[in-house]
Write a protein that binds this ligand. Structure first.
Ligand code: BG6
Length: 377
């Protein structure tokens, strides 16, 4: 699909390249028959990984949002506690890390100074390090013990899209890899998740095929000056990145917030003037009681916001008949296990940010004041 269509900007082309980027990132590293993930570039022994006590994830911007989803993936599948830090804050926090711990540095460019500096500090403190980057041979890749390459192809647009979904796929692959080593993920479960990973590119194409629906939504809202994006649990990082995308390319003030936290303050702002984008997807196919419970809480929150007169744009799972009755607009994504849902959920939000910015007549590939890689601390 990416090859055949002519695109007016790098950003929209890169959004449409995500199915291929996911295929290249996932397929060569999984064996469904064996239920195994192969990550040849890790260069950290199974023994050392099995003994891991804690993982720190450090990144900036969109890459940190990938790290936030990785926290849920790694804790759920590998049973290892995970902390996530802003790279620009990491060095000021005097991180209490050391031997027996792993620090993962996520950076599309591999050159973000805050992130490369943080890795050097982690190594000095005795932590093993892995870099997840889109640039082989980059500083972060050269200086890390291990490397997981997001094979997304060069990402030109300043706002990160295909590298982001590829980063989340790499974090999931690593969580499965570590979960198998720690004997937390039985073979049948690994085979199930690998099947679901391999189905992601096609599900992404389904979302992209309905991009005109998102464009129509952007037509209704591109003049708005404030947005709030809400998501619970693993969906919260996607609310954060949906808000960041809109800020980066359209200069609209947008805030990402945990859905359940809105009642502690932000709710005072919510009325007809503040459109809410709320992630209310649900994994009904895998007996995931947690996903259903989180969904029900989000539906209840939506009803409350509606009573306050809010305008609701909801992300829901195909087949959902409850959310569309409450929301003013509903965008559907294909059913997927909750741990993989962020990879699909961000796509409509990327499209929304792109169409809003394009309708505002802005230079979507080169937003003012931003650079693709901040190589100065
Ligand atoms: C910012 C970009 O400058 O750097 C963001 O505008 C990006 O899109 C962030 O997420 C981090 O970049 P990298 O290369 O470290 O992932």
């Amino acid at each position: 699909m990416a090859e055949t269509r002519k695109f007016p900007h790098h950003l929209i082309r890169e959004i449409f390249e995500q199915p291929d980027a996911l295929r290249r990132t996932i397929a060569p590293r999984v064996s469904q028959a064996e239920g195994r993930v192969r990550l040849d570039e890790i260069h950290i022994s199974r023994e050392e990984l099995r003994a891991l006590r804690r993982i720190n994830i450090v990144a900036s911007g969109t890459s940190r949002h990938a790290g936030m989803t990785g926290q849920y993936m790694l804790q759920e599948l590998a049973g290892v506690p995970v902390d996530v830090d802003y790279a620009s804050e990491f060095e000021y926090r005097n991180p209490m890390i050391g031997r027996g711990e792993l620090s993962i540095f996520i950076t599309q460019s591999g050159e973000t100074a805050d992130t490369t500096a943080s890795q050097r500090e982690a190594r000095q403190k005795g932590s093993r390090t892995i870099a997840i980057s889109n640039v082989e041979g980059s500083t972060i890749a050269r200086e890390a013990d291990g490397f997981i390459y997001t094979d997304a192809g060069p990402e030109i647009s300043i706002a990160s899209t295909k590298a982001f979904t590829a980063q989340m796929a790499c974090l999931f692959l690593f969580a499965l890899y570590l979960g198998e080593i720690k004997e937390k993920v039985p073979k049948a479960l690994a085979q199930h998740y690998i099947r679901e990973l391999l189905a992601l590119p096609e599900k992404t194409e389904t979302i992209l095929a309905a991009s005109d629906k998102v464009e129509k939504l952007a037509e209704l809202y591109y003049r708005v000056d404030d947005f709030m994006f809400l998501g619970r649990a693993i969906h919260y990082p996607i609310a954060m990145d949906g808000a960041l995308k809109l800020k980066e390319v359209s200069y609209i003030h947008a805030e990402g917030y945990p859905t359940g936290e809105a009642k502690h303050g932000p709710n005072a702002m919510i009325d007809f003037r503040l459109p809410l984008v709320l992630i209310a997807t649900c994994d009904r196919n895998n007996n995931d009681a947690g996903s259903v419970a989180r969904y029900q809480q989000s539906v209840s929150n939506m009803e409350g916001f509606k009573k306050q007169g809010a305008t609701l744009i909801a992300l829901a799972t195909e087949g959902d008949t409850i959310v569309p009755k409450i929301a003013n607009h509903t965008i559907f994504i294909p059913a997927v296990p909750e741990l993989l849902s962020p990879i699909l959920e961000i796509v409509p939000l990327q499209l929304f940010a792109y169409y809003v910015a394009a309708k505002r007549g802005l230079d979507v590939d080169h937003p003012r004041n931003l650079v693709k890689a901040v190589t100065l601390e």
